[in-house]
Design a protein around this ligand. Sequence first.
Ligand code: F6R
Length: 367
Amino acid sequence: EKGGFDHFMLKEIFEQPQTIFDSLRGRLDAVQQTITLSGVEKIADKLLAADRIIIVACGTSWHAGLLAEYVIEELCRINVEVEYASEFRYRNPIITDKDVIIAVSQSGETADTLVAIENAKKQGATIFGIVNVVGSSIARLSDAGAYTHAGPEIGVASTKAFTAQLAVLYLVALKVARIKGTIEDTLYDRLSADLAKVPEYVQQILDKQDMIIRAVAAKYSDARDFLYLGRGYNFPIALEGALKLKEISYIHAEGYPAAEMKHGPIALVDENLPVVFVATKDSYHEKIVSNIQEIKARKGKVIAVVSEGDSVVTDLADDVMTVPQIHEIIAPLLSVIPLQLLSYYIGVNRGLDVDKPRNLAKSVTVE
Ligand code: F6R
C-alpha cells in the first residue's frame, strides 16, 4: 500500500505532481485561461461586498493561510487576516455579516477550526471551506467551498495536503481577482499558465533533487537546532519547513522572516547552526543575498533553496537544493518540496518513525 516507498510520507511527497494536478483539474483551463470554482461563484456577491477575509486554520494549514494572505491582498486588494483558530475562537473577535471566513483544514475535523467557524457563522459570517476530507464536519458547516482533492493523507506530517491547499488558494485568489477586476490580464495569464506548469516542475524537482537532498540531509542530521529564513511569499514556506523538521526529526527548528534575524535570532548563529534560506529568484532576492552573507560572516552553515541558474546564492551557500524558475507568487509551491524531502531524510537518518511522530495525531479533535 506504500507503493514501493519506505514510508507513507515519502510516497505522499512523490504523489504531489499528481495531487496538485488533481487540485487544478476541471478548474484551471490553461488554454482558455479560465477558472471554474463553483464555490466561489456561489458566494461571489459576499466576496465582492467583503471589507476583509479572515482565514482560520491550525498548523500546516495555517501556513497555507498565511501565504494566501500575501497572494489575496496582492491580487484581490482585499484585507486578509490570518488567525490561529484556537486564538480566534476564544478572544471574542468582531465579526459581522460582511465577513467572509476561509477555513483551511486537511481533516475537516480540527476542533478549534470547527468551533471557530461555528461561532463566526452564528454572527452572520459567510464560511468558505478549503478541506481535503469529503463530507467532514468543516465541509458540512461551510456555506461554500472547494475540496483540495489530495486523496487520503496517511503520514501524520502534512505534505501533499499542504500543496493541494496552496493550489486551491491560488485558484481562489485568481478567480476573485478576476471577478473584482483587480488583476491585469497579462498577470492573470502568466499566473494561470505558471500554475498549470507546477505538476511538471514538481516532478522535475523530485527527479533531479532527491539524491542531492539525501546527501544534504546526511551532512546535517546531527544538528541540534535549525533556523529557516524566507521573505515575502517564501516566508510562510520557511515556517512550514521548520515545522516539518520539528515534527519528523525532533530537531528544534524555527522559522523567521529573513529580515527579523537581526532582531534576535542572529545571536544563535555559529558554526554549528544550519540556516535554511528559501531564496528563490524574486523581488527580494538582493536582500536575501545580504542576509545570507550575514550568516556566512558568522560562520553559520547555509543551505539554500535556489532557482535554477542562480550562481550568486549557489556560490555563497554550503549546500543548495534547486527548483525551476517560476513567477514569484507561485514559487512557494515549488520551494516547499525540497524542504519536505530534507525533513524526511533527516528523520529517517535519525531512525525515527516518520509516519507517526511521537505525541502527534493526524487530526486534533480535542482542543
Ligand atoms: C503538520 C500537521 C498539523 C496540521 C494541523 C491542522 O504537519 O499535520 O499541523 O496541519 O493539525 O490540521 P487540519 O489541516 O486537519 O485542520
